[in-house]
Design a protein. Sequence first.
Length: 118
Amino acid sequence: VQLQASGGGLVQAGDSLMLSCAFSGGIFTSYGMAWFRQAPGKEREFVAAIRWSAGSRLYADSVKGRFTISRDDAKNTVHLQMNSLKPEDTAVYYCNAVHLTARGMDYWGKGTLVTVSS
């Protein structure tokens, strides 16, 4: 499985940005998808997750109400819509895929940098 994240950039506080992650090399619908982020000098942290298109979503408290995760099973893509961005959202954002039934099938993509200026 390969994951390719894109959409990062430099924005101002209050702006919006959408990240995308293209999935390949596996059966997309067999995987739960998630976004994590890692700010400078900090550990990687969970941001949001989605199991199925019509399924429930899970968010970190810090992004709840501002970020929305979604997936397009026809395009093997997961998105993270980020609104009302804050400087503390500055981080490298990583896409993660975890097989829904098989153990040990956990994949990470290279991150995309989001920088939010105040």
